[in-house]
Design a protein. Structure first.
Length: 406
């Protein structure tokens, strides 16, 4: 096993296109680190640079104590699992798993030991004499992982290995990946665009976004999943992490005795001291327009809530999605969608304009399924104001952080 260190890593293609900029990251020995972000954010490029499949334009990369900028892939002591299984169709599972070891001229008894051990770990022993066409998608992915495991590398690199599986199988394989890492404890860097995969698998998660002329860096925040959810450093991380996404609306802070209130879209609610303490410097923004973030999980049905009625808002529902143990209520409030300078740039990249967004903001609230909330009905929702988030409009940074979000 080994740590992986990226020091100001950058990638610029010959035509001048910058794919990766200023990535400074330390993957600890034995850690499962996930790179997550939307398409085009550079996460797969970073993984390929670690593997040696892409040249490094800028910076220094080390695996363990060794700088590997110019070391070929075969000498980096890493194993990679790709999105497509890349199995040899004419070979059995056993031969697929052993192929790389045979190329290295490893003794036959050692090859057999490693293949049998990996097959036992992955529970594919009974399939060793089958060919890939006789396996399901999940079984093929296990074989691809087995081919990496038999290498006994210092690190695993995984590029969206579950994206070709159906939804149920992805959940199952997520669990298996977690168990596998707990057993092997090998340093792992895992790339995905699925933030649920990132949150459930990663010891830490690195959130990335595409570079631009104004923002020549990708990495937004690196933290444990719960820290990303509870303390996102900016609006991008806040909006990307969490399913459904965080609700965002323009608000204004006012002082009330020793506390504060926040007004938004015709509503005014007292801010819990917990939220005030979590946002150092919030007082300096009293009287200013800010962005208020409310996660769907911060809502409760007023009918069954024991929270202070001061945090209650009345809304008209559009759609109620029943999921059994809980429901998601969708509604709109009379307030234009949040567009900070940072978000405006993202809109432009997507071919959208501020005017195209309209004058209402869509909201989602997670509520108990014990109370029936018909579509198109009036409902009172209580907000847990200890879970409010506050962001600066000019920088998109969370108030009280020193986030780099130019």
């Amino acid at each position: 096993m080994a740590s992986i260190t990226l020091e100001d890593i950058g990638k610029v293609y010959p035509d001048g296109t910058r794919a990766v900029g200023q990535v400074d990251l330390e993957v600890n020995d034995g850690e499962f680190l996930v790179l997550v972000g939307p398409s085009g954010c550079g996460k797969s490029t970073v993984l390929r640079m670690i593997a040696g499949l892409e040249d490094i334009t800028e910076g220094k990369m080390s695996i363990g104590e060794r700088v590997v900028n110019d070391v070929p892939p075969k000498d980096r002591d890493i194993a990679m699992v790709f999105q497509n299984y890349a199995l040899y169709p004419h070979m059995t599972v056993r031969d697929n798993m052993a192929f790389g070891l045979k190329l290295r001229k490893m003794p036959k008894d050692e090859i057999e030991r490693r293949v049998n051990e990996a097959a036992e770990i992955l529970e594919i022993t009974e399939f060793l004499d089958r060919k890939p066409k006789a396996l399901s998608g999940g079984q093929r992915q296990r074989v691809a992982m087995g081919r990496a495991i038999v290498r006994e590398p210092s690190a695993f690199l995984m590029d969206e290995p579950l994206s070709n599986l159906d939804a149920k199988l992805r959940v199952q394989m997520r669990t298996e990946l977690g168990r596998l890492h707990n057993r092997l404890n090998t340093t792992t860097v895992y790339v995905t665009h699925d933030q649920i995969e990132a949150m459930t698998l990663g010891h830490r998660v690195a959130v990335m976004r595409p570079v631009s002329a104004k923002r020549p860096f990708n990495l937004q925040q690196v933290a444990a999943p719960t820290e990303l959810f509870n303390n996102p450093v900016n609006l991008f991380v806040a909006g990307f992490i969490g399913s459904p996404a965080m609700n965002m609306v323009y608000g204004e802070l006012t002082r009330e005795g020793d506390g504060m209130r926040v007004s938004f879209a015709g509503h005014s609610i007292a801010v819990d001291q917990v939220a005030i303490d979590a946002h150092p410097g919030l007082e300096a923004h009293i009287g200013e327009k800010i962005v208020l973030g409310i996660r769907p999980s911060a809502f409760e049905n007023a009918e069954i809530s024991d929270r202070d009625a001061d945090g209650t808002i009345r809304v008209t529902t559009d759609v109620n999605e029943h999921l059994g143990s809980e429901s998601y209520v969708h509604f709109q409030i009379d307030s234009p969608p949040v567009v900070t300078p940072d978000i405006e740039e993202l809109l432009a990249d997507s071919g959208l304009t501020v005017e195209s967004l309209g004058d209402q903001t869509k909201f989602t609230a997670r509520v108990s399924s014990d109370v029936d909330v018909p579509d198109g009905s009036l409902v009172d929702l209580v907000i847990d104001t200890a879970k409010l988030h506050f962001f600066e409009i000019a920088t998109s940074a969370k108030i009280g952080t020193a986030a780099k979000v130019s």
